[in-house]
Write a protein that binds this ligand. Structure first.
Ligand SMILES: Nc1ncnc2c1ncn2[C@@H]1O[C@H](COP(=O)(O)OP(=O)(O)O)[C@@H](O)[C@H]1O
Ligand SMILES: [Mg+2]
Length: 241
């Protein structure tokens, strides 16, 4: 039987048919502001709070203080306590970018993994991670090696992937070789803000619901609503009559 890791996010575990396949790597893609980092923080935070699982958060984009502020602003008030106690281990951009090749950072990570019991890992973002490498082939080789190492260490991983206008050149079909799972976060503008959606496009070994579901980001984090929506990239007001 396939073992599952619950995200603890209301609605999401249900459409995942129980959770994310343990020891797998799932790509979380979306435009800037879609909620990828919030999802990553929540996955790690819930791991500690709800499931007694320790997490590692690798951020190429923020430092520890930024992460703390982001977490606390959304209501993950025990974030820093968990960091201080070691239940959440952070490698922030200052640590990761100190080394100029990723294998040096990876050595650091592997030393820490040795003998430590972490179950969850978030890499935010894969887009930045790829900037360590000179060409696509090298990126892929390293990514595969990295996901293998994570799996061997019994880590269930989310990697965020920036999509859209800002890094168009990175839309190179990562999905093709990062094959375990694919979650897309979508947002469409409305008069009063944005409508947000989640689409689980792929989850290996899992019979998932591939409809697109509306979600919300509010105090307490992401909530997914299980009534599948008639998804449209158009603003409702612009929809043809
Ligand atoms: N406390 C909050 N309440 C409501 N929305 C929030 C809150 N904190 C963050 N958000 C929303 O979450 C979005 C940020 O998502 P984020 O995960 O940083 O996006 P990205 O996909 O770029 O990583 C912001 O656009 C903001 O609207
Ligand atoms: Mg982000």
């Amino acid at each position: 039987m396939v073992e599952l890791t619950k995200t603890g996010i209301d609605g999401l575990d249900e459409i995942l048919n129980g959770g994310i396949v343990r020891n797998s790597t799932t790509l979380v893609s979306g435009n800037p502001g879609a909620g990828k980092s919030v999802l990553g923080l929540q996955y790690i935070y819930n791991g500690v709070e709800m499931f007694d699982e320790k997490g590692i958060y690798l951020s190429f984009e923020e430092d520890e203080e930024d992460l703390r502020e982001a977490a606390e602003s959304i209501g993950f008030e025990n974030w820093q306590d968990h960091v201080d106690e070691g239940a959440i281990k952070i490698y922030d951009k200052q640590v990761l970018l100190r080394e100029n090749d990723f294998s040096a950072s990876l050595e650091l990570l592997l030393d820490d993994l040795d003998g430590e019991e972490y179950q969850r890992l978030v890499l935010d973002s894969l887009t930045m991670f790829q900037l360590f490498f000179d060409n696509e082939r090298e990126q892929r080789t390293y990514l595969l090696k990295f996901t293998d190492i994570l799996s061997e260490n019994n880590l269930t991983t989310l990697m965020t992937n920036e999509q859209g206008a800002i890094f168009p050149e990175t839309e190179i079909g990562l999905e093709n070789f990062l094959t375990d799972g694919n979650i897309f976060l979508l947002q469409t503008p409305t008069d009063s803000g944005v409508n947000r959606y989640v689409w689980v496009a792929k989850m290996r070994k899992q019979n998932i619901d591939t409809d697109i579901f509306p979600m919300e980001i509010s105090q307490g984090g992401i909530t997914v609503h299980e009534n599948a929506s008639a998804f449209s990239m158009m603003n409702e007001d612009d929809a043809p009559l």
